[in-house]
Design a protein around this ligand. Structure first.
Ligand code: F6R
Length: 257
């Protein structure tokens, strides 16, 4: 795991966008895994800015969202398919139909989850997976207690996650869905690179567990310690609980030199 502690979310966005840009220059047909939520928004703004400046193109790229709520109407603005179109896909040059998400509107969510996992494999797997982290340690919507080997599946959201996400639903937890389809931890672990971004003090405990805690289903993100190519980009408040922060800074600086 490589860890960068950077001054601002915008600095993180630049580092993350550099990695995506260099991947797409090497492999224009790369498959991207996309996270939703607040954390990646500065990154999506940075990618849009680079697209508008002619520095990056998604014309041969496919994307797979990490997850989707179950129970929202298909046109709900906070549904993750709509969210990702609004904040990235429709702002750049992804071809029509190249941005995928779990289809929670077929009437058979278990089958939809299995189909989604297969679609990721059929696309050749995810080259670079962007991840956020929940305050309870989830990645995707893999909540505590889930299997490290899980594939894309239907899951139940914790009350903490629903409370955290109520800000997208008029602050009303009763409007936040209770279920989702999420890529499994096993699915996420097959990505070529896992690029996790965490910002803000609210993520400090989850980040401490992710980087320095024991690998445990209590903190699902800790499985990334076993990923051969995981990069964790943090701002100072998210990194405040790390015992070895100065060492990580030194290692990151040496890698950049
Ligand atoms: C979103 C996702 C989640 C979020 C996490 C953090 O697709 O899979 O794991 O990344 O809940 O959300 P924010 O960034 O809103 O704090």
């Amino acid at each position: 795991m490589r860890i960068a502690i950077l001054p601002t979310p915008e600095d993180i966005a630049v580092v993350a966008a550099d990695r995506i840009q260099s991947l797409l220059e090497r492999k224009p047909s790369a498959v991207l895994g996309l996270a939703t939520g607040s954390t990646p928004l500065p990154l999506y703004d940075e990618l849009t800015k680079r697209y508008e400046a002619g520095e990056i193109s998604f014309a041969d790229t496919q994307s797979f969202n990490l997850d989707e709520y179950v129970g929202l109407p298909e046109d709900h603005p906070e549904g993750y398919a709509n969210f990702i179109h609004r904040f990235l896909v429709d702002r750049v040059d992804f071809p029509k139909g190249a941005a995928h998400g779990p289809n929670v509107w077929t009437g058979d969510n278990d089958q939809a989850a299995a189909d989604y996992d297969k679609a990721i494999r059929d696309a050749g797997g995810i080259d670079l997976q962007i991840l956020g982290i929940g305050a309870d340690g989830h990645i995707g919507f893999n909540e505590p207690g889930g299997s490290f080997a899980s594939r894309t599946h239907v899951d139940v959201l914790t009350e903490q996650t629903r409370r955290d996400n109520a800000r997208f639903f008029d602050g009303d937890i009763t409007k936040v869905p209770t279920h989702c389809i999420t890529q499994g931890l096993g699915t996420i672990m097959e990505s070529g690179e896992a690029l996790l971004i965490a910002t803000g003090a609210g993520k400090a405990e989850a980040v401490r567990q992710l980087v320095e805690g024991a690998i445990s289903a209590r903190w699902p993100a800790t499985i990334l310690q076993m990923h051969p190519n995981a990069i964790v980009l943090l701002d100072e408040p998210a990194a405040q609980g790390l015992e070895l922060a100065d060492f990580y800074r030194e290692v990151w600086a040496k890698h950049q030199a």
